[in-house]
Design a protein around this ligand. Structure first.
Ligand code: GLA
Length: 386
């Protein structure tokens, strides 16, 4: 009997909590400040029993970003078109199950090392470390169970510009990397329709770090369409040629006169099938790292993408020295999500980062992090329409 009463009381309390949190979605404090409340819902369980949640961030302009603490994945991202209509432009799965089954890193946080490390090996302070060779002979995106496949601890922070703070501790030796790495990523949905991502990490032993986000975009908002008519401009006058396994040769090559020149705006499709170009052949299109012309560590614009039918514009700003521009050349109809089977070149990524394979390439900017140092980078994806 007592239990029954307790149950009723508990249910009413939960119902009450639900009602109050719904009502308080966005509260105006005074005429200039609006607090946008973050909604948290359950997103299901991993086979290990760990629970995942989904956090919905909204700003007052109308942008909505949904992020799960499983892999820090952005599952939904609505942005305005030229008529002010907000539509989801981020490729993704329909549920946690979809992401667990097969996802080519849709919207996920990538670590410890974004991009490839040759043959899954590197030497640091005279000691060789061996990583999983999960991409042909190379290591890719942090290994078999990278930061895209772990549960992060989430702290939602309501505000005019709502934030989701995610933290994760990667133990010493995880996926073969040395040192216990404490990572913090803060997503901030800003009032100017941009999403800021602040990355921070510290270690207790020298290690290598290269964090990024692997969002795929199709600015038409129609995921059945190819992205070839999107117009791209990259503030990068050099790129890193690769070998057939997509490991940089070590050369920084001028883009001038090649299909890699996006210093002026070009349609993605204009030169993507230029199979006479060995680099295009190796990447099956674009899957290369462009080096920012501005090598300073300040937040600078590295890319602008315009989609003519919707009028959507996406600008990418970063403190990082480079960006991997990938045109979805490995999408082949699997997985499915958001009403489609994701086909060849129906999404593109702009993954801000340090150069691939830096741990093996002493001439590249260093990705080594030492104890008492703090890894800190920022990337902003800003949306508008014209
Ligand atoms: C990265 C790589 C690509 C591919 C995708 C995931 O961007 O550069 O080659 O592996 O991730 O499919």
């Amino acid at each position: 009997m007592k239990l029954k009463v307790l149950g009723i009381l508990l249910c009413s309390a939960l119902l009450f909590q639900n009602c109050t949190s719904k009502k308080a979605e966005s509260t105006t404090i005074d005429s200039t400040t609006t607090v946008n409340k973050i909604e948290k819902t359950s997103y299901g369980k991993l086979p290990t029993g760990e629970a995942a949640d989904l956090y919905t961030l909204k700003n007052s302009a109308g942008m909505v970003v949904k992020i799960t603490n499983y892999g820090g994945i952005i599952t939904y991202w609505s942005t305005p078109d030229k008529n002010g209509k907000y539509t989801d432009v981020a490729l993704g799965c329909d549920s946690l199950g979809g992401y667990l089954k097969a996802s080519p890193y849709f919207g996920a946080l990538i670590g410890r090392y974004g991009n490839r490390i040759a043959k899954g090996k590197f030497t640091l302070d005279g000691k060789q470390y061996t990583l999983a060779q999960n991409n042909g002979v190379n290591a890719l995106h942090g290994g078999k169970k990278g930061f895209d496949k772990v549960i992060w601890t989430a702290t939602p922070i309501d505000g005019e510009e709502p934030q989701l703070k995610l933290t994760y501790t990667s133990v010493d030796g995880e996926e073969g990397y040395p040192g216990k790495l404490d990572v913090e990523v803060i997503y901030t949905l800003q009032k100017d329709n941009s999403l800021k991502i602040d990355y921070k990490a510290t270690t207790d032993k020298p290690t290598v770090v290269n964090l990024t986000n692997h969002a795929y975009f199709n600015l038409t908002g129609d995921f059945s369409k190819e992205i070839l008519d999107h117009e791209v401009m990259l503030n990068a006058d050099k790129f890193l040629p690769v070998d057939e396994t997509l490991i940089p040769t070590g050369e920084l090559k001028a883009v001038a006169g090649t299909p890699f020149d996006f210093t002026k705006s070009f349609k993605i499709g204009a030169r993507i099938n230029d199979v006479k170009d060995e680099q295009i052949k190796y990447g099956k299109g674009y899957d290369h790292c462009w080096v920012a012309t501005d090598s300073s560590k300040t937040l600078k614009s590295i890319a602008t993408v315009y989609e003519p039918t919707s009028g959507r514009v996406m600008e990418v700003l970063t403190t990082e020295p480079a960006v991997q521009f990938y045109t979805g050349n490995f999408l082949d109809g699997v997985p499915a999500g958001k009403g489609v089977n994701y086909k060849f070149r129906t999404g593109f990524c702009l993954e801000t980062q340090h150069y691939p394979d830096s741990p093996n390439q002493p001439k590249f900017p260093s990705t080594v992090l030492k104890p008492n140092e703090t890894y800190k980078t920022t990337t902003v994806y800003k949306f508008s329409a014209k």
